[in-house]
Design a protein around this ligand. Sequence first.
Ligand code: SF4
Length: 253
Amino acid sequence: MFWLTEHFLSIQGEGRYAGVPSYFLRTGGCNLNCPGFGVSYEVDGQRRFGCDTWFAVDRAYSNQWEGVESATKLLRDLDREFNTIGYKPHIVITGGEPLIYASDPIFYNLILGLLERRVVITFETNATIEIDFENLPAYKEVTFALSVKLSNSGEVKSKRVKPLALKKIANYSKEYFLKFTLDKDMIDSGDALKEIQDIRAFLPEAEVFCMPVGESRNKIWHNDRAVFDFCIKNNFHYSDRLHIRIFDMTQGV
Ligand code: SF4
């Protein structure tokens, strides 16, 4: 079984496919917490810190998640959605961290079923999980948006940078790219470039997309100009965060 927190039709807001109509499946649970992103929320009167998808990370919210016990049923629901939509959108499987379920048979059958339907699938992943591509070959047909976390996530390097997991994705998957969330301070200090270069040493062919940190329009505006200039200087791709720019902090869009 795996957990879904929400699913909805929207537009991909980040990375190589920004602007493409996409159906999002957001799984529940993550192997990181990323308190450095500084989004605060409350559980039982206690303040906690996490990322902008804390509601899909913190298991205190799991009573709002839906347990998926049958890939066939979910695929039937998606077929109905696609019929209503009138086309098959790209599918973005995000989280939380979706690949904590990589070895789950129901999750894997979902991927097989989506591939049979000839939809384009992207995993939005923190790229810390080693995938067994030999025994789970459907994952070779998926695009991996590798959102490797930097020091501004508040996680220690040994937890957020997993060279073997990165190399396996580079060796086996049909498409991958790196996506980093940067703030002005780490650009100004030089840490952003150094940390990106460290990660790129494992994936020298990867295209790099850089996005401004911020879970709201206000926060993005503090960082976007610095990221924009940083991309020009270093020949990286600038990626905005369209859904936040347009919908601000609204979930499920
Ligand atoms: S890895 Fe991603 S989903 Fe998980 S806590 Fe960090 S930013 Fe949030």
